[in-house]
Design a protein around this ligand. Sequence first.
Ligand code: GDP
Length: 348
Amino acid sequence: MGYTPKSALEKGLETGELYCQRCFRLRHYNEIAAVNISDDEFLRLLTEVGNTNALVVNVVDIFDFNGSVIPGLHRFVAGNDVLLVGNKRDILPKSVKESKVRNWLRERAHEEGLRPVDVILTSAYNRDDTLDLVDEIENYREGRDVYVVGVTNVGKSTLINAIIKNATGDSNVITTSRFPGTTLDKIEIPLDDGSFIIDTPGIIHHHQMAHFIGPEDLKLVSPKKEIKPKTYQLNEGQTLFMGGLARFDYLKGDKQGFTGFFDNHLMIHRTKLEKADEFYVKHKGSLLVPPREDDMATFPKLVRKEFAIKSKSDIVFSGLGWIRVAKPAIIAAWVPEGVDVMIRKSLI
Ligand code: GDP
């Protein structure tokens, strides 16, 4: 799924820096920083997991399932049990029913060929959640080692650090060892019975919204607080811009309220559909940010996908948020080329 050798190479160059930074943090703060590795290394690592009798904990970002998928994971883990952990649940509005989110994640996992033994929602920022997660892992691992896998940005490092801090209380628990044939460390957290929780490096998923914007705007695609939904009354022929990152056109239907679930700081602009193309060209990088001036050279063009909505649905802009459509409508959704946009049964 879009793992180009070129970017793998680029990432390989970056890895050196991050790797050293991780060593530093490990040594001095007993903390794990994210490490990014190339696709080949990642495949080798997954093969190692497949050859071991272990519980595989796959951490995904609830807001970006598609950007969280490890292609072919089900083949690599072979017969091993997979526990699917949906992270960042703290961002979900309180009105969202957890059971719905879990079912949705399970369905999507099935589409990817994964049959998780369970789906758990968690927040790396919530102590009780991380304690519960450790209990669940203990419950499912049945004496086996635990491999934690995930692409970058899903919050795997934050989660592992929270587990280490909260669950062990011991600052000297981490040991490191090398993956055979690579220069990468894996992080091993010893458990009481001689087994280990093994943290694996994250792989870059090139289709994440996060890769298209600068560091100062990352908070918009990685919200830190519960999302406050905002409703916009639209007539057909009106358009919403989510910064310059995404666009929503109301093509056909009665006047109705559309509710956006995005980071509270994301600027949403309303305009006329007939002027929208022009508006985007004119204001991208200024009124419509992110992307900013600096990101513009590498920012992909927006591509359009049309949806005919019959019953209450969410249009999901992968990694950014979603718009709830309550009544029948025909709409078009635009996202940077490579990022997913899809429809699902409404979560609320
Ligand atoms: P990794 O690349 O998977 O190791 O991800 P990081 O641990 O570096 O986290 C990526 C981003 O998500 C950072 O900005 C974190 O602060 C944020 N993050 C991680 N866990 C959570 C969470 O449970 N809730 C929220 N709201 N943000 C999180």
